[in-house]
Design a protein around this ligand. Structure first.
Ligand code: SF4
Length: 328
């Protein structure tokens, strides 16, 4: 069996706060295979981004603390690397693209200067070769007149163009793993579809693996092979994308799917979307038992005191609930 590209084992992340040490991610485990796209899904505050940032060790430590677990990249534990080795891994083996490229791109440097800098830092290329590579990459992500665009500053490009620049920069060193944190949330539907298509074709070209973080199940259906559903810092369901979207096992997944607007379902004026009542609990107010119980329509007495364990289901699926899916 080939090693997975990414193997997260029993990862626990806490934050030191004036109210004490609070757990943001509670012993999650998952694997991402070579060439696979895995979606990490949940509402804001579920721990998706914290989990992703921890892979690149981008969380400020302290206040963050990775208190247990392993993060294996092709078998190498990133948690045991020193600062220099980590810098080599970032941008080289693993790249990350963010929801808002405006915050990730430097507003006072031209696109060309930023791209060349990436090449000079991570490769042996000379300046002239780095410039040519930058032009090649911009045309690969379908930016028109790429040579011209190198002279532009981020604010002179549209949101979709800036996201393409971010993707081009993240591909500069042909990473094995691309982490994409809500890469299409700030974009209109058409640009979103183009960016997803672009990621998919670049993945096929490079053979890289993608971990995509999103709250958008439309994005999941479009691009992911497998899905992890996160709630309150824990994985509550996982499985192949199609099976999970067609037949969710966990009440939280069912709620997420029911809250997606469907064409023609809101014909009646004033009709409301199904939604999950309440909010994701804050770190200091995580409920006892099943963290989802205050919002769960099916909660029983046991849910308030006993945490359900992840269980295996047919078809490489897992879910954590005291009830059987057939009874929901
Ligand atoms: Fe709902 Fe109980 Fe299942 Fe939690 S364990 S999801 S509260 S039914």
């Amino acid at each position: 069996m080939p090693l997975p590209e990414l193997d997260i084992q029993n990862l626990k992340i806490s934050f030191s706060t004036p109210k004490g040490k609070l757990t943001a991610v509670n012993r999650i485990s998952f694997k991402l295979n070579k060439g696979e796209t895995l979606a990490l899904v949940g509402e804001s505050g579920c721990g998706k981004t914290v989990s992703a940032l921890s892979i690149l060790r981008l969380l400020p430590e302290p206040p963050a603390e990775i208190s247990s677990g392993k993060i294996l990249l092709s078998g190498q534990n990133l948690l045991s690397l020193n600062a220099k080795d980590l810098r080599d891994i970032r941008g080289h083996s693993i790249s990350m693209i963010f929801q808002d490229p405006m915050t990730a791109l430097n507003p006072v440097l031209s696109i060309g200067e930023q791209m060349v800098e990436t090449f000079l830092r991570h490769t042996d290329l000379k300046r002239k070769e780095a410039l040519q590579k930058s032009v090649d990459l911009l045309s690969r992500v379908e930016i028109p007149s790429p040579k011209e665009k190198l002279k532009y500053y981020p604010h002179q490009l549209s949101g979709g163009m800036r996201q393409r620049v971010m993707i081009a920069m993240s591909l500069a060193c042909s990473p094995r793993l691309l982490i994409a944190d809500e890469p299409t949330t700030a974009l209109d539907v058409l640009t979103q579809a183009q960016i997803l298509e672009l990621l998919e074709s670049l993945k096929k070209e490079n053979g890289m693996s993608i971990l995509i973080i999103t709250h958008d199940l439309g994005v999941v259906a479009e691009i992911a092979q497998r899905v992890l559903i996160m709630y309150a810092g824990e994985i509550v369901e996982s499985g192949p994308a199609r099976a999970l979207l067609d037949n969710p096992l966990h009440p939280y997944t069912k709620g997420l799917i029911a809250s997606v607007p469907k064409l023609g379902a809101l014909k009646k004026l004033g009709a409301r979307l199904d939604e999950i009542s309440g909010n994701v609990p804050s770190l200091e107010q995580r409920p006892s038992g099943c963290s989802f119980h205050p919002r769960c329509t099916w909660a029983i007495e046991k849910c308030k005191t006993q945490k359900p364990q992840l269980r295996e289901a047919e078809g490489q699926r897992q879910w954590s609930c005291h009830l059987e899916p057939g009874s929901l």
